[in-house]
Write a protein that binds this ligand. Structure first.
Ligand SMILES: C[S@@+](CC[C@H](N)C(=O)[O-])C[C@H]1O[C@@H](n2cnc3c(N)ncnc32)[C@H](O)[C@@H]1O
Length: 183
């Protein structure tokens, strides 16, 4: 999807997209920090958009690894399918259904979860149930990394995971945060 089309998608569905721009390379790198790639078998991505972070994950994922990428916009899912990578499973579905997609590939838990879902723009109940689903399906020792433009919903991750570390990423428009949680 071109930058212009992404901008249009943002205008049409701002309540679910939460932005007009995709993550910068610096933000994508920060979003996948702390992932133990050599050992990763299953990475789950929530709010994958057109796959900008997904591509960074795929670059470092072992050949036998899988990425399950959740996205609710059909157009953005088509962009991810066009990446044409056999390790990528596009879940055109809401992110609280992680369990169902793990079961489909015979995986008990996700090794790591990366999310860019704009929880501040979603109903609180939905946001909290997605974070709960993420915690329940993440293996002990795995990390949950959340990209945000504010710290408004930090308590969602503190309630689910306990301690939350934050990192400011200035090289993004607008400057962003990545919140790091450990299971
Ligand atoms: C801020 S954009 C991030 C896109 C891309 N990952 C990036 O970093 O540029 C958030 C994405 O979350 C998706 N989204 C919103 N609610 C969702 C939900 N309940 N389940 C899955 N994806 C959702 C939106 O459609 C949007 O593409």
């Amino acid at each position: 999807m071109s930058t212009f089309s992404f901008l249009l998608e943002g205008f049409r569905n701002l309540r679910t997209t939460g932005t007009f721009t995709r993550s910068s390379p610096a933000l994508c790198r920060a979003a996948i920090d702390r992932i133990d790639f050599p050992a990763a078998k299953v990475i789950v991505e929530l709010g994958a958009g057109d796959g900008v972070i997904t591509k960074h994950i795929l670059e470092r994922l072992p050949a036998d690894g899988k990425v399950i990428a959740f996205e609710v916009s059909p157009d953005l899912c088509d962009d991810m399918r066009a990446l044409n990578d056999p390790r990528l499973i596009v879940a055109q579905d809401s992110a609280e259904n992680i369990r169902h997609y793990l079961d489909q590939i015979g995986a008990d838990k996700a090794d790591h979860i990366v999310s860019a879902i704009p929880f501040a723009a979603l109903p609180e109940d939905l946001g909290k149930s997605i974070v709960r689903a993420a915690k329940d399906t993440l293996r002990p020792g795995g990390c949950y990394n959340q990209v945000h433009y504010s710290l408004k919903t930090k308590s969602y991750y503190e309630d689910a995971f306990g301690e939350v570390e934050t990192k400011r990423v200035w090289a993004n428009l607008p400057p962003a945060w990545v919140l790091y949680c450990m299971r």
